[in-house]
Design a protein. Structure first.
Length: 761
């Protein structure tokens, strides 16, 4: 039988009034008409109201005892997770040339409070990214008469023409990603170039010289964000090795001959939060002396070799040429003892004067109370969802200065005289000992927060451009930094609300089943579903499945398949990116048995097309019914809730049958008859392409259904769905052509990089 908390008394206000009125004839027979408004009836109703309030409080006793029991278990609720992001800072004063050293924890107050995570030196420059893009086939045709002449002008046997192309235009991120390894369509040299410009529109040579002097010896904060990728099923998820790279800055080695050279910039140790270009973060570069900061001329009338070979990309905009201070180049580094260069990863954003931010607020020097000398006393901090690493609690005994007490996970392991406390991060409370397990702060001792950072929540997941203002102070003297422009090219992400009491009550019983250890398949499922900072729409456990070889029944292997949450059954189907898979893997990896080989994967989608013909009832709108059929079929084949026949998402490895789809269509209101359902697939299971058109699924035998058979790790992805009315025959996707286009070819042939020369008067 189900376990239900007992209800001590379930009588309501109306029940009490009715019961009291029923007792009147037996106890006061002279009172024959207790009508509403009668003084006696009013007394009865008042008594019923008081009794109903009392019974409500009595019935709360089981809930109070339950909450007290949950508290004794020592399992606190999970705090909110702070969103994180990157912003770039630029001085508002375009005439200034000074570098501004900004303290950490500068506040970005609106619309949600964020703070910078580190100090930053804001340099009086702005950066724009460029690439040497190869010509498209159309451009090669258009410039076919020009290319032979370029080879003669520059005196090269083989030329590789390119066009200087802006990247991350306006400081905005590129969702598709800039892939330097794509030498056919993206860049011919595998590098990312960043032009450092002055803030002043028409600076002049003297002003540019002042800016270069201001940059000399300073630290330049560079922000980078690798493009989000969907790993292949066979790709191992876990800590990735750092990608070797090299930063270089240009300078003019010989002004007379317009010769350019480069100085390799060192990354300050411990400042590379990108972990070797494997995650979003920043790094600090040490700039050289002023004589090693410069840019070659871009005027082809004075410097014919501008932009040729290893020189920076040529800028043909005279306004940009006038503001150019120097070029930064991010190029591949050497890997291992062989010294072979590796490709840079695809990047979704890059910027200078960048700093990391998170959705927290810092409080310092706040007194929270005085000790009353009792054991196990608890004090409320001035905030909830406290970052444990930043918390510093100080206690001042009478006649003494403040001393820092130590935060511990459990007072039971603290010594008798240990100045220690435990933190409940979600509630924002601290608890002291009892002179057996940790000290009791002496009577009257003042307790203050030395430093505390708190905050977080879903409200911090902001789209690009939401943060526009900052309140910063200088490192020297602590004065206001003046007005700074804030540019947010990337969305802040990772924020999640604190766990509610109802969510904790659902999680804690599962915690006592798996003991925070992944042993059974259900343990893996429950632990993966509650990974902090991610929202999953589906978790499946594939015991003994090794994804690299697509093999089942491999001893000691556990694969956990996860899909992100996604609202609505609209394509494309949900796919986990690398950051999500890495977060789930890291959470499970710390809880798996040592001998278990763990993989966290996404599913492998198999392309599916469908053609459906229906007859619409006379009293229904044709387009409305067609749209309803499309919605019903997509929802039926959807991998998340409420997809599938059971409403739990299409089952892994579940066979798709045309007759089941026909039943779903027939149930749609307004469909009088289903004339035909045809299913289509591709030879390789991927999206249709010129070499892989749609193929009609044929039944194995006559009168048998047409079936798309899937493996245990696969799900269908409905890429094309055509619904026609009154045709009598299901549409044939194989005759309608293929989806997508042909990839263009670039003109990369290993020759000398040569910019396409524009017309010059």
């Amino acid at each position: 039988m189900p376990i239900r908390p007992p209800v001590l008394d379930d009588r309501s206000y109306d029940d009490l009034v009715e019961e009291l009125l029923a007792r009147i004839p037996a106890h006061t027979p002279d009172w024959t008409h207790p009508r509403p408004g009668d003084p006696g009836r009013t007394v009865v109703e008042l008594f019923a109201w008081l009794a109903d309030t009392l019974l409500y409080r009595v019935n709360l006793i089981p809930e109070r005892q339950r909450l007290a029991f949950l508290r004794l278990l020592g399992v606190p609720m999970r705090p909110a997770v702070a969103a994180r992001g990157l912003v770039t800072l630029t001085p508002a004063d375009k005439e200034g040339t000074a570098a501004l050293a900004i303290r950490a924890l500068a506040g970005l107050p609106k619309p949600v409070h964020f703070e910078t995570r580190s100090e930053i030196t804001v340099l009086p420059v702005t950066a724009e990214a460029f690439a040497k893009r190869p010509l498209t086939p159309e451009e090669q045709t258009r410039f076919s008469s020009v290319l032979p002449g370029l080879q003669k002008i520059y005196g090269v046997a083989q030329a590789t023409p390119y066009i200087t192309t802006p990247v991350f235009v306006g400081g905005a991120a590129d969702p598709a990603g800039f892939d330097p390894a794509d030498h056919r369509t993206v860049t011919i040299d595998g590098c990312l170039w960043l032009a450092l410009f002055t803030l002043k529109e028409d600076p002049g040579d003297a002003f540019i010289g002042q800016v270069r002097a201001a940059l000399a010896g300073k630290l330049l904060n560079m922000g980078l964000a690798p493009a989000l990728s969907v790993p292949a099923l066979a790709e191992t998820i876990g800590p990735r090795p750092a990608i070797p790279f090299r930063w270089e800055i240009s300078y003019v080695a010989d002004a007379a001959r317009n010769l350019v050279d480069y100085v390799t910039l060192d990354v300050v140790a411990g400042t590379d939060t990108t972990a070797g270009l494997t995650q979003r973060g920043t790094m600090r570069l040490v700039l050289p002396a002023a004589e090693f900061i410069g840019a070659p001329s871009n005027d082809v009338r004075q410097a014919l070799t501008a932009g040729v070979a290893d020189r920076p990309p040529r800028l043909d905009d005279p306004r940009k040429q006038a503001r150019l201070v120097a070029w930064l180049r991010l190029r591949p580094g050497a890997a291992g003892s062989s010294g072979a260069a590796v490709n840079l990863p695809a990047l979704s954003w890059a910027g200078a004067n960048a700093v990391e931010i998170d959705q927290r607020k810092t409080i310092t020097g706040r007194v929270v109370g005085e000790s009353d000398g009792s054991a196990d006393q608890e004090m409320q901090l001035p905030g909830r969802s406290v970052e444990a690493e930043s918390l510093r609690i100080e206690v001042a005994e009478q006649g003494q200065a403040y001393r820092t007490w130590q935060r511990v996970e459990d007072l039971a392991v603290a010594g008798r005289d240990a100045p220690a406390y435990v933190l409940d991060s979600e509630a924002g409370t601290i608890r002291f000992g009892d002179n057996v397990r940790g000290r009791i702060p002496p009577l009257g001792a003042r307790i203050r927060v030395g430093t505390m950072r708190s905050g977080g929540g879903l409200a911090g997941n902001l789209p690009p451009g939401s943060l526009t203002a900052i309140e910063a102070t200088m490192i020297d003297g602590g004065s206001a930094a003046g007005k700074l422009k804030v540019q947010q090219g990337l969305a802040t992400e990772g924020g999640d609300d604190a766990e509610t009491l109802a969510q904790a009550e659902q999680r804690i019983p599962a915690l006592f089943r798996h003991r925070n250890r992944a042993v059974t398949a259900e343990d893996y499922r429950q632990l993966a579903a509650v990974t902090p900072g991610v929202r999953l729409g589906r978790v499946e456990v594939l015991p003994r499945f090794k994804p690299q070889q697509r093999r089942l029944n491999v001893p000691g292997v556990v694969s956990v398949l996860v899909l992100p949450a996604q609202t609505g059954a609209t394509p494309p189907n949900p796919r986990p990116d690398r950051s999500l898979l890495e977060a789930v893997f890291a959470y499970l990896d710390a809880r798996r048995p040592l001998t278990t080989e763990l993989y966290v994967i996404g599913c492998e989608y198999v392309a599916l097309g469908a053609g459906i013909s229906i007859t619409v009832r006379e009293d229904y709108g044709r387009q409305e019914v067609i749209q309803a059929v499309q919605d019903a079929v997509r929802a039926f084949l959807w991998p998340l809730l409420p997809g599938g026949a059971e409403g739990a998402g299409w089952p892994l490895g579940g066979t798709v049958r045309d007759r089941e789809v026909e039943v779903v269509v027939a149930r749609v209101p307004g469909v009088q008859m289903v004339n035909g359902v045809s299913l289509f697939h591709t030879a390789d299971g991927k999206a249709p392409a010129p070499d892989s058109p749609w193929l009609l699924l044929q039944p194995a035998q006559s009168n048998a259904p047409a079936e798309l058979t899937l493996s245990a790790w696969q799900l269908p992805e409905l890429l094309t769905l055509m619904v026609e009315a009154e045709t009598g025959v299901a549409p044939d996707l194989a005759r309608l052509g293929t989806v997508g286009g042909t990839a263009g070819t670039g003109g990369v042939g290993g020759g000398v990089a040569v910019p396409v020369v524009p017309e010059v008067c």
